[in-house]
Design a protein around this ligand. Sequence first.
Ligand code: FES
Length: 179
Amino acid sequence: MLQLLEGEKELILACVDEVLKNNSKNREDLIPVLQKVQAKLGYLPALAMGKIAEGLQVPAADVYGLATFYNQFRLNPPGKHQVKVCLGTACYMVGGDITLESFERRMEIKEGETSPDRLYNLERVACVGCCSMAPVVVVDDVVEGKVTPTRVDGIMLALNEEVKKDEKEQKAERKEGEA
Ligand code: FES
C-alpha cells in the first residue's frame, strides 16, 4: 500500500467528514458517498473507506468489496503521468501483454498500481478504437501506436525527462518566491 503524503491524512479525514455531514447516514448512501469522496480526492484511500464504514455503520469489508467491484472506483492515487496499455483483442494478439510487462518492469509497479513517488500509474484498458495501430498505449491522453518494448524505453525516457524538467521549473519558482 502506498504511503500517505505529508498532510494527506488530515485532508482525507476532513473530506470524509464533510461528505458524511452532507449525506444521510443510510447504508443505501454508500455508493454516492464513495463517488463524492473519490471526486474530491481522486481516489479512495483505505483510510477513507474505513471512515466511511464507521460513518455509515457498515462492515469495512462491504465498503472495500463494493469499491473493488465497480470499475468507476480507483483504489490508488492517480500518478502525475498516466499510462494505459490496451489489451483489447487486436492489441493482445500482437503483443499488448508484452508491452504491459515492459512498462511494469520499467516502472517497477504492477498494472493497476501507482509508483511510490506518485509520478506514474499504469492501467490496462479495453479497445481504445485505434486497432490498426496495435499494440496501442495511451500516455497522458496521447495515443501511441505499434508500441514495442524498445518504444516503451523511449516513452519512459521522455516521461522521465519531463519529470526532471518540471522539477527544475518548480525549484526555480521556489527560489524566485524566496528572493
Ligand atoms: S484492441 Fe487495442 S485499440 Fe482496439
